[in-house]
Design a protein around this ligand. Structure first.
Ligand code: ZN
Length: 160
């Protein structure tokens, strides 16, 4: 099911970067607090740690130190330090809150769960998160996010 080989583990100071990595379709773990040993386990399971603390990144072989506090600059740092080319066809494929892949919904389910104008405009583009059951669809919010990604130098998204 995974679309990218890299699985990121963002430490507690990188919540916004984690959200944007999910927008790009990257599997990104994030918690505002990690208990003892949790990051060790995630890294052992193949996660690549991103952190703003050098004491933390020094502990893991493949961790990436992120210095900036600006999300766009953090993305640039990440792309500079590792080979990171997110596939534009995977943008917006993941729930930004739960980090799980969105699923297509059938027409009846979509009709019952989204505003009418959204349903008639996007009948085929409506997806839902199997974990939190939120519905997502192409629209102005997504266009704005795609615009931000392009400003940061990422390629064209699927609906751009
Ligand atoms: Zn969700």
């Amino acid at each position: 099911m995974e679309t990218l080989k890299v699985r990121f583990v963002a430490d507690s100071m990188l919540g916004k970067l984690a959200k944007w990595l999910r927008v790009l379709g990257c599997d990104t773990r994030y918690k505002s607090y990690y208990g003892p040993g949790v990051i060790d386990q995630l890294v052992e399971d193949g996660g690549r740690l991103l952190s703003r603390r050098k004491e933390t990144t020094d502990l893991y072989d493949n961790a990436v130190l992120i210095r900036s506090t600006d999300t766009g600059e953090q993305m640039a740092e990440l792309r500079q330090k590792i080979d990171f080319v997110p596939d534009p066809s995977k943008w917006f494929s993941r729930c930004l809150i739960c980090n799980v892949l969105l699923e297509a919904v059938d027409t009846d389910e979509a009709r019952e769960n989204v505003p009418e104008y959204v349903f008639y405009k996007n009948m085929t583009g409506i997806r839902s998160c199997p974990s939190c059951e939120r519905f997502f669809w192409p629209g102005t919010h997504r266009e704005r996010m795609a615009g931000t990604l392009m400003r940061w130098g990422f390629g064209l998204g699927p609906d751009a």
